[in-house]
Ligand binder design. Structure first.
Ligand code: ATP
Ligand code: ATP
Ligand code: MG
Ligand code: MG
Lengths: 251, 251
């Protein structure tokens, strides 16, 4: 079971877009995939069409020791989701419990009954306890980098944090970088791509996800790109990215 | 002195881009402006060309009761900045102090010696103590909404939070919405614009900021759009937005 966090401290770089579409692409490639929404904003949950007050999910697991298996929502054959839940934001303010608070998701994942090939954890754009739980619970991280200066800054920062955690806890996470919202004709996008390839050659995944309006539209229908427009370039890019992940494919 | 927070829980909607460029536009219109970087990611600080470890700023004011006047960096005649500082992220984890922790920025602003026409507070994409301090310290908020589904969701959420605070503390903040990263030809952008105008007619500012690559490029040079490309559409849009703010101009 490959457990992967989608992490970046920069906002709006495509963490949620990648979580939902890469997961569905892997399911279409025959894999059994679980997505977990670790963002109190519930963007992943809403993007997949689940709304409404009183929604519960990973918040009950992390705050009230709920059984993780009770909160799995089956979306399709081979694609499941654990929603964020309305109370997830409270985890950041839990003061009792010391270091254990950072390992609650890891403990919960060990109790999963179903055999998944992939577990993806969509993270919020911040570095508190939620992101910490995701890093501790997974063995791989994907950092989406959108093609601009501040996103590049965020990349160095998050890799630094992960490295610090790895040294402190003597553990190694596999790291991947994916270029997102890529606009071929923008010089800035080409400059960022070239810099990322130069500084992190062994981490960059071969496929860049191009900026295409269908990827921005599909969440408003509660659909992934494959449900919304399966012949689009966005669907093609995420299918190719899934192959990269399956092959451990670097650029 | 108009004190304005730039707030949204959605990442990457243009809070920082708006903070730096609207501030500079107002200074060019003859106003004396102070920007405060309340994001531990220091994006505003870096976008204006200030880098380097050991940078101190509003973190020292909020965590160590530093004198706010000591941390003002004068960028131009009429345009000042208080950097975030490396330790700003620690504020979210301060547990001693109860409700007072949410009012530290407000207390600090009262000690400002210089007479500013505008104070802008750039906020992180989250709703913890940093955002709380910004809301308490300012009398107006601007919520940038980029032209997509998740950004619209974030808008309702943040307006709900601000309303809740207003009821609890019996105070009224003036609220403004600005459409950002607007792409005329995208149907989704037109749909979001039309929805925002319909649901919040008295809050939307007349000028939408168009998506233009120069706005994404200028931070990599440590420059605002006016320093980088003063004849660009991005500069025009932020100049027009400054006029809207000066006139209390709604759409
Ligand atoms: N390749 C793309 N083409 C077009 N639009 C995109 C693409 N990737 C993401 N978007 C849009 O950009 C916005 C930000 O993307 P997304 O919400 O996935 O980023 P995020 O990193 O999860 O943001 P946050 O930090 O708020 O969690 C969304 O409206 C999304 O639909
Ligand atoms: N109108 C625009 N045209 C082109 N690019 C833009 C525009 N507005 C913002 N951008 C770019 O989009 C990215 C996100 O913008 P910005 O960092 O200002 O958003 P933010 O809301 O402050 O993000 P965060 O939530 O991470 O603080 C940046 O790289 C910025 O340069
Ligand atoms: Mg997200
Ligand atoms: Mg910002």
């Amino acid at each position: 079971m490959r457990k992967i966090s989608i992490i970046s401290q920069k906002g709006g770089v495509g963490k949620t877009t990648t979580s939902m579409n890469l997961s569905h692409a892997l399911m279409l490639a025959g894999k059994k995939v679980l997505m977990i929404d670790m963002d109190p904003q519930s963007n992943l949950t809403a993007s997949l069409g689940l709304h409404g007050p009183g929604l519960t999910g990973i918040d009950s697991v992390l705050l009230d020791q709920g059984d993780i298996n009770q909160y799995i929502v089956n979306l399709k054959n081979g694609l499941d989701l654990i929603p964020a839940g309305d109370k997830l934001g409270e985890l950041e303010f839990v003061t009792k419990g010391g270091a254990e608070r950072g390992f609650r998701l890891e403990a919960a994942l060990r109790k999963l009954k179903s055999k998944y090939d992939f577990v993806f954890v969509d993270c919020p754009p911040s570095s508190g306890l939620l992101g910490m739980n995701a890093i501790m619970a997974t063995c791989e991280i994907i950092v989406p980098v959108s093609s601009d200066f501040l996103s590049m800054q965020g990349l160095s920062r998050v890799l630094g944090i992960v490295q610090y955690i790895e040294e402190k806890l003597k553990r190694k996470n596999k790291k991947w970088i994916v270029l997102t919202r890529f606009q071929q004709r923008r010089r800035l996008a080409q400059e960022v791509k070239e810099k990322v390839y130069r500084y992190f050659p062994r981490l960059v995944l071969a496929t860049s996800i191009r900026e295409t309006v269908a990827l921005a539209e599909s969440p408003s229908y509660g659909k992934t790109i494959f449900e919304y427009r399966s012949a689009s370039r966005g669907a093609q890019d995420y299918s190719d990215l899934a192959k990269d992940i399956l092959n451990g494919e670097r650029a």
